[in-house]
Design a protein around this ligand. Sequence first.
Ligand SMILES: Cc1cc2nc3c(=O)[nH]c(=O)nc-3n(C[C@H](O)[C@H](O)[C@H](O)COP(=O)(O)OP(=O)(O)OC[C@H]3O[C@@H](n4cnc5c(N)ncnc54)[C@H](O)[C@@H]3O)c2cc1C
Length: 372
Amino acid sequence: MRDVIVIGLGAMGSAAAWQLARRGADVLGLEQFAEGHGKGSSHGRTRVIRRIYSEGPVYMPLLSRAYALWDAMAAESGETFLVRTGGLDIAPEGAPSLTNAIACAEAEEIAHDVLDADSLRARWPELRVPDGFAAVHAPDSGQLRSDAANRWMRKAARAAGAELRFDTPVLGWRRTGDRIAVETPTGTETTKRLVIAAGAWAGTLLPEIDSALIVERQVVGWFAPSTGVDLARLPVFQVEPPGGRRYYVLPPLDGSGTKIGLYGHRGERGPDMCEGRAPDAEDEALLRSGLAEWLPAANGGLETLQECRFTRTSDDRFIIGNWPEDEAVTLLSPCSGHGYKFAPAIGEAAAQLTLGETPAVDLSPFAVTRLR
Ligand SMILES: Cc1cc2nc3c(=O)[nH]c(=O)nc-3n(C[C@H](O)[C@H](O)[C@H](O)COP(=O)(O)OP(=O)(O)OC[C@H]3O[C@@H](n4cnc5c(N)ncnc54)[C@H](O)[C@@H]3O)c2cc1C
């Protein structure tokens, strides 16, 4: 019998397996697809990390812990996962996303500056910022090398003694006396405790929560510069026009082009979004219209399009916590399109919850009970 079985080895399951194994637990990680697959929510070269969080103060303790852990991972691995390029939240002056971001920066005493449209255009002439817009700039925001970090967390989990099995789908689980039985095509595994980090598939393992999870198709694209301008010096940014939709942009890193995504993309939702569908011309056109509007110098040749999925909750807040029906089960469904930056801290929280330690941060805002 294992101490802990982790179902799903995306960013959250890999972080949990690593943090559990380094605490001495006997860990088995089970993943339905191949190692490094591109069918979930954690694949891809990069992710945005924002030091200022307009989504609300509840995230700040977890975010601060994540920053500390990203830096500790760099020190331990000798690799740089977090590249501090700076970051901008751009919106019309007085917009809630902007006032929330500024309030967060002031309350948390995070280094920042507020720029009006003229100052933005002077500092980054490539950005197309209409009059009446403004931004808050945080130097500690930036890009995460997500594929590299996922690889390292799996490697660190194995180095700490975890067994990670790929191409091994979990067919179901059930409590049997003092243990939990986990069914796989190759047999039944037993464990004292279970971590469910199954992303868009969480509802298949916990039907009671299925209706509270919304799976949404996303496509991101990388585009070469349309002019010879060096866009690598730009900060990451997200921009939310009035009544419009929020684009997020990651300038070139490690020789790539500019990455762009649109929250909610084409609004395609439903469990069948787990299946995946190859990106098409309409996906590309939607992303290009964002570049044309906000960063035309990046609207050059298409490098690649990549499909992915958000697992959203009705309040776009994460689910992190013990399962009310069985305290030996911990559920991790932190996505809604903004969970990656928190991965090491969420892995740590999962290990603390599972092993009966006091979590480093207050997780009550993320309890599943709020959705049931
Ligand atoms: C396009 C896109 C852009 C994003 N950009 C950002 C960003 O810039 N910044 C940011 O912070 N966040 C971002 N996010 C969100 C972030 O990537 C996710 O929150 C995070 O990756 C979720 O990780 P996860 O481990 O929960 O999910 P996943 O990576 O999907 O992992 C779940 C795993 O469970 C496995 N699994 C499911 N069911 C079973 C089963 N029965 N048996 C075995 N294995 C199973 C799946 O195969 C999968 O590998 C973005 C997401 C997308 C899609």
